[in-house]
Design a protein around this ligand. Structure first.
Ligand code: FMN
Length: 270
């Protein structure tokens, strides 16, 4: 049975990224009758920052070349480490069990919310691999960061997540869709760019539905009529030091409609 893990990270309840990720999830669920769906709200139920005991688990797995997710628990040796593992273990179990992962996230300060970063910190161990899984990131940002815009170099949201999922998690299938220029609804200096925001939002919602349907094909069990040939995740045993391979490529955002001339203004108005 196919499984979808759906995360949201916006600190507000009525949010563009939540709307987009919900669209992806709804399309996946509509195309995956009987599929298993797990939802986690990282803003309402935040994962705490990792402490020293958690780092000890990470270093132990590195030192003992434990790369199989099901063996990470062997690193627990103290009550403090057991407490840290009690936070990470259910998050990791959810992630490892998922075939598809959709993440709704805003851009905060050119990057991702700390709530999402804390989740990543807790589900990441050295040399782990989530190969075979598919990720969709549904983002929202106040400005415009699409290819060719002056603000493109400042997009450390898509660039970071793509680099991390591909470079460390070893995932080949990572898609992004963004609603841009949401600040045009608030900032008088951006009011004239409202039509661009509206076009971006409409394109992103349509793209989110496409990505949800594509994700359903991708996560369909092997051999089923809808299967796109998903292979199960495996642990990586290569001798990489930390994040392996994979350079970031920020191209491919959907919904990036800003022209270069106006993008500086949009970014400044974030
Ligand atoms: C604390 C904070 C930081 C933000 N930083 C940026 C930023 O660096 N660049 C940007 O374009 N928008 C920025 N924004 C605007 C949000 O990205 C925008 O409002 C987006 O729509 C939020 O996502 P949501 O609608 O899913 O909540 C920021 C908003 C907040 C509240």
């Amino acid at each position: 049975m196919a499984r979808l893990l759906h995360l949201d990270a916006s600190a507000r309840r009525t949010s563009f990224s939540r709307a987009l990720s919900a669209e992806v999830a709804a399309a996946w669920r509509a195309a995956t009758p009987g599929g298993e769906y797990v939802y986690r709200d990282l803003a309402a139920d935040p994962v705490p920052h990792m402490g020293e005991a958690f780092t000890e688990l990470v270093y132990y797995t590195l030192e003992h070349n434990i790369t199989d997710i099901s063996r990470y628990g062997e690193a627990v040796r103290t009550p403090e480490q057991a407490a840290a593992w009690a936070i990470a273990e259910p998050l990791l179990a959810e992630l490892a069990a998922a075939d598809g992962i959709v993440i709704g996230t805003p851009m905060y300060n050119f990057s991702i919310p700390s709530t999402l970063k804390s989740w990543i910190d807790h589900v990441t161990f050295p040399k782990m691999s989530l190969r075979g899984r598919a990720f969709v990131v549904a983002g929202a940002r106040g400005g415009a960061y699409g290819p060719g815009t002056p603000r493109e170099p400042y997009d450390h949201e898509e660039r970071y997540l793509r680099a991390f999922f591909e470079g460390h998690f070893d995932v080949e299938d990572v898609e992004f869709v963004h609603t841009e220029l949401t600040n045009a609804l608030l900032d008088p200096a951006l009011a004239r760019r409202l039509p661009e925001h509206e076009r971006s939002r409409a394109a992103a919602l349509a793209r989110a539905r496409e990505l949800g349907a594509a994700l359903a094909r991708r996560t369909a069990p092997a051999g089923s009529a809808d299967s796109a040939g998903v292979s199960p995740g495996v642990s990586r045993t290569a001798d990489a030091n930390g994040p392996a391979g994979g350079t970031a490529d920020a191209n491919g955002s959907a919904g990036g409609t800003a022209d270069a001339a106006g993008a500086r203004e949009a970014g400044a108005g974030r």
